[in-house]
Design a protein around this ligand. Sequence first.
Ligand code: ADP
Length: 429
Amino acid sequence: MVGSCGNDEALAPRGDINIREPVQLDAVGTAQPFTLSNNVEVSSGCGAPGTAELTAEFEKYFPGGTVIQVELRRPVDAFSLTVLFGPSGAGKSTALRCLAGLDRPERGVIRFGDEIWFDAARGIFLPPQRRRIGYLFQDYALFPHLRVAENIGYGLGKVAASERQKRIEEITALLGLVGLEGYYPRQLSGGQQQRVALARALVCRPRLLLLDEPLSALDAPTREHLRRQLRDWLVELQMSTVLVTHDRIEALALGDHVVIFEAGRVRQSGSVQQVFSAPLDFAVARIVGVDTIERGRVVQVADGFATIEVGPKQITALARSRRKGGPDGEVYVCIHAEDVMVDLPYAPGGRTRLGKSGADPMQSGATNQLLGHIRSMHREGPMVRVNLDCGFPLKAMVTNQACQNMGLRERDEIVATVNAQAIHLIACD
Ligand code: ADP
């Protein structure tokens, strides 16, 4: 955890700082001066959640040639949770560490409102303590020799005793830690330890909270439980947050805004809904977990709809979802499994829904109905992932109950239904 209400701490060393272990926080205070230009105002004390915008545009170079390029612009004057999302090794944690001041980029600028946290050209580097942020490591990093209340109060520094007590009580109540104040970390479950670590980061009322894979060390049931609570707490506190995760469910459940990282670069950013439903390119579509990505060819565009040949089939998509490319352009057809409905080809009562001679059912307006069969089925909790062959591979998610009701089995003939607006097209480069 980084973050303190004290405003007179000694300054951190220039260059990269390793304060992963909590006991090293004190050691940071013995460091050398940093360069701060005269016109940089660093406010003092513990403020209310900020009224500012975070802007970052920087590069971090690692030995061996790895370059992490970061571009980020987020308002932080009202609650917003920004997720840095992407595969392992994409550069998310490095981006977060640079925002925190734990790593020092080689090029660029980081600003928080009127404050300059980092400016390579001007030799400015504000150390973590002066940024007044909260930072949470993956593995909690609690002080093992301090009880829960002491761990939580650690960062409060010189805050007066009565205020200190009040704040600890408030955050303990909010995070459901009442009764555990006298326990040592080793006496707590993983979920409780994580809540203590979060309380310790929040008790200082940081202007920005940075969370690095905060739920990854927890077992699955605890993770799901805490995930649901985490956003509620942050909303309650109106705490602007930047969170790193490689977990798609976590990104979707927690984020308002997402920044997609791949191979050290930001590939796309926007609202979670927008980026996950309309990835800009093939790489982002893969990263956000689009289940079906098939190559097709646009053969017609009319009345706002595009007709696309995919394998031997034709499907209809909203034409607006094409980014570029002519009417006969090659495209990637992107379909999320949860947007595919699976049905038996025969309606109840034995009335056929098929076209003549086993052709696909009639396309009704903007709805695609594709005849196919089930290749395989895989249970995933309450859902079943169904791999279909509809002339091209198509993936669907069906509730377990629906599978049982229809008696779905491998090799069964089915009709897959996909609305045109649920199909996103990406022009092939
Ligand atoms: P992510 O958080 O997305 O998993 P990281 O930011 O941890 O990714 O790492 C991004 C890349 O930077 C990786 O290729 C990693 O090997 C490299 N990297 C991170 N830290 C160092 C370091 N201290 N020295 C050399 N390379 C590093």
